[in-house]
Design a protein around this ligand. Structure first.
Ligand SMILES: Cc1ncc(COP(=O)(O)O)c(C=O)c1O
Length: 441
């Protein structure tokens, strides 16, 4: 990651925050919100050697370890999209990819608030962008973490879903009078690919008393929820907002913040969501009709949608056995989701001249000794793929590198910045310009 620092110039200067919508003129207007697929005739060998300064050329250097390709422009574009288009405040959910470089890019492109789940994430954000606002949105925290967040890092916003957590926050902050307390409601994950409906969130019978008590302890009262990750339809948010409405009416409290959480999708094979703008419209409509004060704020906490396009991975095929490819990254590396929840990622063979073989379905084995280190796919690649070939696996910026381990001694930190487009983008063909304080090498 070290080489990345040279990419962002003048990054020490804090982002000059402007009101919503005010940066649109700087970046032009958004046109197509259709899924944008980038067809690249040339493989990585060309893109790396031509656009990346000081980088490797796969064809010549034949890297032994997996190489992460970083696309700062893709994360910057996603950030600007949310800042400009979301009808409220977008915070980045750091857990999706806790890269200091990524946090810096998001900050430089208008993301000023960060959803942190642990004290380590709070420290990380503050070390990168001291003026950033962290919101501690894990509903179960240790007293020590709350106290450090409040007294050392100035964190004022906390989520909770139980009376015990409310008492813990009040005690750990020494009965602070400047807290924003967000009560997390349990909502359905039925429209999402990854459920977040079981572990956290107050059930309908618990919310009245909790909202009432939180109101008494808080300077500002919020309600938050998470519809599950990779929500495939805006209806997920509309339904959750109905639950919010019922909770507000039942508790008869004044609510200052509605936080619709994460769940905004990215695009993967077999999972192509509607344009994000439709999600924003649905959320805006629902928010406008809630019985909240006219000065109340709307927040969201995207993780995946802000960083999925940020990185991909170049792996080498070490062996082929029929339709199974043994590659040098896997379930314990950046492919956790491909292995454990059967997620499919876009793949491309990096070979020149290009293979003329027809595509066929492959599955992957990772490098460790576990049977479990298996990615069922199917991943479609030319039928003549063989040992020694390199593959690019796309859309791994969210929950890919974040989940990496060094199990069995495998794993790699090798990173290269590239300027080509991600394999798929939710952010349209009419790319806004890179911010003026970012220097492209
Ligand atoms: C509280 C909270 N907010 C935001 C997110 C980010 O979700 P996503 O990556 O689906 O946008 C998560 C993910 O687990 C979460 O738990």
């Amino acid at each position: 990651m070290g080489c990345y620092q040279s990419y962002v110039a003048a990054s020490a200067a804090p982002w000059d925050f402007q009101p919503q919508g005010s940066i649109s003129s700087a970046y032009g207007t958004w046109r197509s919100l259709e899924l944008h697929k980038t067809h690249r005739a040339l493989g990585l060998a060309n893109s790396v050697s031509t656009v990346v300064s000081g980088a490797i050329d796969i064809a010549k250097t034949r890297p032994v370890q997996p190489v992460t390709l970083i696309r700062p422009h893709a994360a910057a574009r996603a950030a600007r999209y949310f800042v400009e288009k979301f009808p409220g405040r977008p915070m980045y959910a750091v857990k999706a990819n806790p890269s200091a470089d990524l946090i810096q890019i998001l900050w430089d492109n208008g993301i000023t608030h960060f959803d942190t789940a642990s004290i380590a994430e709070v420290r990380l954000v503050k070390s990168v962008a001291p003026q950033a606002v962290c919101c501690f949105m894990h509903p179960v925290k240790s007293e020590e973490a709350i106290a450090e967040a409040y007294f050392t890092h100035g964190v004022r916003t906390y989520s909770l879903d139980s009376m015990e957590e409310l008492e813990k926050i009040v005690d750990a902050t020494d009965h602070a009078e400047d807290l924003t307390l967000c009560v997390r409601l349990r909502v359905s994950s039925e429209h999402s690919k990854l459920s977040l409906a079981s572990k956290f969130g107050a059930a309908p019978g618990e919310t009245k008393e909790l909202l009432f008590r939180a109101r008494q302890a808080a300077d500002a009262l919020g309600i938050c929820f998470h519809v599950g990750s990779q929500a495939m339809t805006p209806e997920a948010y509309a339904n959750a907002m109905e639950r919010v409405r019922a909770a507000i009416v039942d508790a008869a409290v004044t609510v200052d913040v509605i936080d619709v959480g994460g769940g905004f999708p990215s695009s993967y094979p077999g999972m192509e969501p509607p344009p994000l703008e439709r999600y924003f419209e649905t959320i805006h409509r629902a928010f406008e009709s809630l019985p909240v004060s006219y000065s109340s704020e709307l927040w969201c906490e995207p993780g995946r949608a802000l960083c999925a396009e940020y990185s991909s991975l170049v792996v080498r095929v070490e062996r082929r056995r029929g339709d199974e490819l043994y590659i040098n990254d896997g379930a314990y590396g950046a492919l956790f989701d491909a292995a454990h929840i059967g997620w499919r990622f876009p793949v491309e063979l990096l070979r020149e001249p290009e293979s003329r073989s027809k595509d066929m379905a492959f599955s992957f084995y990772g490098p460790t000794c576990d049977d479990m280190d298996h990615m069922a796919g199917p991943f479609y690649l030319p039928a003549d793929v063989k040992a020694g070939d390199y593959l690019e696996i796309g859309m791994l910026g969210a929950y890919g590198s974040a989940m990496r381990t060094a199990f069995n001694g495998f794993g790699s930190d090798e990173t290269v910045i590239v300027a080509d487009e991600p394999m798929v983008s939710l952010y349209g063909e009419d790319m806004p310009q890179v911010a003026s304080n970012v220097v492209t090498l």
